[in-house]
Design a binder for this molecule. Structure first.
Ligand SMILES: NC(=O)c1ccc[n+]([C@@H]2O[C@H](COP(=O)([O-])OP(=O)(O)OC[C@H]3O[C@@H](n4cnc5c(N)ncnc54)[C@H](OP(=O)(O)O)[C@@H]3O)[C@@H](O)[C@H]2O)c1
Length: 303
């Protein structure tokens, strides 16, 4: 019997890539909100978690998946900073209900958290033992969700950062590439560092976690710690675009509603050791998406 996997948010960057990588030994169930899932190997239901929480709880109870992969969150940290109640509802309250139902049917819950649980003052990449101290409301609610989910020791938290791929939902890389292709300037921060994460690596680690039945808190990100300016310049060079259009900018030059950690770099060596999956350095990760761009001219991965 194939293992049943439920992806909450099947059209997400992570969720749709999981669908792409799933082998025949998985039966895939998903939820869709605004983006229809057209993949024939998937059973999907339409639901908005904010309007109809009971639907997802009933669905989990009915399917009893081996694992539930919860990818739904507000992607915009500034929106979260200005909308506390909605953010609490989606990130914390609904996640708590999902976590409880998963425990009651013995489904492993895998949840994606963020570097924004840290204040960014570390001088080196953060590991799992470093003390969280979120600056933004997004980070605070993600940390709360982590604590709830980890009450069940079978569950998994993957803290990740700046996920990218050759995909319509790869926000930073698409913005940089589209702007440069239009010969417009890209303003990119020199004082916000991350370890950008190739979505393919993240997804491979999810399958390894399920297959090896790993549990607990892991950092799950790429190996190279660099700032957004450096990332944008590397993209420009690899895609043959004008790197001089990438304009170095300081966070203090642009007003952003939510505070961001200066250092959002994560150390994923623990997950690499346990899962056997090696995360890419930035150069090989960009090479990967460049090679995919030669195969398909649009980055509109279908779901
Ligand atoms: N992307 C990053 O760089 C990054 C970094 C750190 C952590 N994370 C975390 O990783 C996880 C996955 O991120 P991602 O970038 O793959 O996500 P994403 O592409 O932004 O997709 C978000 C998903 O949430 C669904 N959704 C949004 N509002 C919903 C609602 N009210 N009810 C039901 N579904 C709803 C969307 O469905 P529809 O499209 O159908 O509306 C979509 O499937 C998230 O928890 C995120 O916080 C991401």
């Amino acid at each position: 019997m194939p293992k049943k996997l439920l992806i909450i948010g099947g059209a997400s960057l992570v969720g749709s890539t999981i669908i792409d990588y799933a082998k025949d030994n998985y039966e895939i169930f998903t939820t869709e909100n605004n983006t229809p899932i057209t993949n024939s190997k998937v059973s999907s239901i339409k639901l908005n978690l904010l309007d109809d929480k009971k639907h997802i709880l009933d669905y989990i109870e009915k399917i009893k998946p081996s694992a539930v992969i919860h990818t739904v969150a507000f992607p915009n940290v500034d929106f979260c900073e200005s909308n506390h109640e909605l953010t609490d509802l989606l990130h914390v309250k609904i996640t708590k209900d999902i976590s409880e139902i998963c425990s009651s049917v013995n489904s492993k819950l895998i949840y994606f958290s963020t570097d924004a649980v840290f204040n960014g003052n570390n001088s080196i990449p953060y590991n799992e033992l470093d003390r969280p101290d979120p600056l933004s409301y997004y980070g605070k609610t993600k940390l709360e969700a982590e604590k709830i989910i980890l009450q069940n020791t079978n569950n998994v938290i993957l803290r990740t950062t700046v996920i990218y791929g050759w995909h319509i939902r790869s926000r930073f890389t698409n913005w940089v590439l589209d702007t440069l292709k239009n010969k417009k300037p890209v303003t990119a921060f020199v004082d916000q560092y991350n370890t950008p994460t190739l979505v393919d690596d993240l997804v491979k680690s999810v399958f390894s976690i399920i297959e090896k039945d790993l549990s607990g808190l892991f950092h799950a990100s790429g190996k190279s710690c660099l700032n957004r300016f450096e990332f944008a310049q590397k993209l420009a060079i690899s895609f043959g675009l004008d790197k001089n259009l990438v304009v170095p900018t300081k966070s203090s030059d642009i007003s952003q509603i939510a505070p961001r950690p200066k250092n959002g770099c994560l150390d994923s060596s623990q997950l690499e050791d346990k899962s056997g999956i090696k995360f890419n350095e930035i150069d090989s990760g960009i090479d990967h998406i460049f090679s995919l761009s030669n195969k398909s001219t649009t980055n509109s991965n279908k779901v």
